[in-house]
Design a protein around this ligand. Sequence first.
Ligand code: URA
Length: 252
Amino acid sequence: MRIEEILYTQGFGTRRVCAGLVQQGFVTVSGSPIEDPGADVETEGLRFTVQGAEWEYHEKAYLMLHKPAGTECSQKPSTYPSIYTLLPSPLRLRPNKGAVQGVQAIGRLDQDTTGLLLLTDDGQFIHRMGSPKHHVPKVYEVTTKHPIDDSQVARLLAGVVLDDDPKPVRAAACELAGPLHLSLTLTEGKYHQVKRMLAAVGNRVEALHRSRIGMLALPDDLPPGQWRWLRPEEVEALRNARGSHLVVTVAR
Ligand code: URA
């Protein structure tokens, strides 16, 4: 692929802008400016710089973000800054045939929820991860207002009815991590689900953090507000993630 086409696919602007960046010598590959803009450049493992900023070529973008509190997952937030402002502009401007531009969050977390959020520009992947058929398990670390008792844990595992649906929703796993701390695994993602489930058993969520999606844990070395590319094997593991093998556990 020609370098200006590469820049275009990676979200560096219109084709005209990308051609301009190359012509003006703002792009380097392997540390050297582009000598022949018409040359075919190998995209596999390609690293380049645009105006001094380093970039890796990714045919499709798959990334994780450590969502900080006080951010909204919407592109058009109402009160708090959007999580999309935490990403570099090429990730927000990647062209996408017939679909919305740039990467999109896979599901949403509430404004005050922290933790692991995945984003991609692969529509099929978003569909697969959100499909009820796949039941990808998500683990939430919950801090409650009142001490959690065994009957509350039992009810979360047995299933509680939320106000908008007569069908009960249940935790796939529930582990007590202290009197006010609970690790809750869900395989579906209804609106405010954790908060509503805890309210349904007579408790209240004080803080909520998503620590895991499928086999992927939020790494300790990714601080709030930071993002990183997913590795190919992580994307593959998520593609194959299913909740059906989950074992229900209650432990103190
Ligand atoms: N459940 C909630 O109540 N809030 C979230 O952000 C995620 C799951």
